[in-house]
Design a protein around this ligand. Sequence first.
Ligand SMILES: NC(=O)c1ccc[n+]([C@@H]2O[C@H](COP(=O)([O-])OP(=O)(O)OC[C@H]3O[C@@H](n4cnc5c(N)ncnc54)[C@H](OP(=O)(O)O)[C@@H]3O)[C@@H](O)[C@H]2O)c1
Length: 343
Amino acid sequence: MRVAVVGATGAVGRTILQILDERAFPLDDLVAFASARSEGVRLGFRDDEVVVRALHDRWFEGVDLALTSAGGAVARQILPAAAAAGTVCVDNSSAFRMDRDVPVVIPEINPEALDGHKGIVANGNCTAITALMALGPLHKRFGLRLLVTSSYQSVSGSGMKGVRELAEQVDKLHEQIETLTRPDPQALPAGEVFGRTIAFNVVPHAERFDPEGSGFTTEELKMGNEVRKVLGIPDLVCSATAVRVPVVAGHAVSIYGRFESPVSPKEAREVLSRAAGLRVVDDPARDQYPTPLDAAGLDDVLVGRVRQPDGDDRALLLFAVGDNLRKGAALNAVQIAELLIER
Ligand SMILES: NC(=O)c1ccc[n+]([C@@H]2O[C@H](COP(=O)([O-])OP(=O)(O)OC[C@H]3O[C@@H](n4cnc5c(N)ncnc54)[C@H](OP(=O)(O)O)[C@@H]3O)[C@@H](O)[C@H]2O)c1
């Protein structure tokens, strides 16, 4: 089995290499691709190194499986030809997620969606996966009808450049922290990735604003679109707010869900505690609840703060946190690949 990792030098690509190693993924040969900028870069893999090649037209020749994370524009350019030539591609970008022929798969939630794939399988959006790991089992038992989310998304969700931008701004501002009680807007650093100052701030703008003028960002629209597709609820009403926060890794999602059947927090905790890939961390009396620093580096999604709004026995509030680079991207992609092999 020859496996290609495309986008190998990126935040997701590097995590894919790590996870292929950790899970002893059954491959005979690994090839790593990135842009021409990275030609010749050496990345550690298992006890050895792999030399990154610049992506070229025939990159998929002899490749059985490709794990791709080089962004949507590259995916649109390179995946159809690779899939047509017989390379099965698991893609992390949003380029194909809404295509009818492309399943969005979370192995713990909808493994059956892999049946009949046509060569391209999409990994879900990192925030949607985090929410879906909790919503999937609850939907199965209680029937999800309405969803409202607010997400607190780490800077690594925008790749390595997002992490560097936060680090540079923290460096610049930490010496003048007292001035931030009355900041001079002209003196605040604003980088290319987040547009506004991300250090010591939160920015309610992830990706770009919907060109259709809905007022939502494209990141926010993905939540509803992907939850509807993965759970098979085409008429689900969903609204999402996505906020970038100065956290390095780990996306947190505050979830309000309304269900067809009555559900108590106790029943919800029972369902969630039996779900694969999910860990319930929910004991307010002992200050137990999930945070991004607890989830960073973990495979499981953590869920806690399970509550019910007064007077509505069909509604629940939850707080879920997942490592966006692992379950939100690389781990889920490798799990899809494992499922493909199993089948
Ligand atoms: N970060 C997350 O949490 C996350 C989660 C889920 C999904 N995703 C998706 O995964 C994809 C990658 O994200 P990332 O965070 O890993 O981004 P990143 O750190 O910016 O890495 C991007 C990768 O793509 C490569 N690349 C860029 N342009 C290319 C080209 N023209 N040809 C070949 N390779 C090219 C880069 O190579 P160079 O190093 O040579 O530039 C790098 O390896 C995106 O579609 C993103 O939306 C990310």
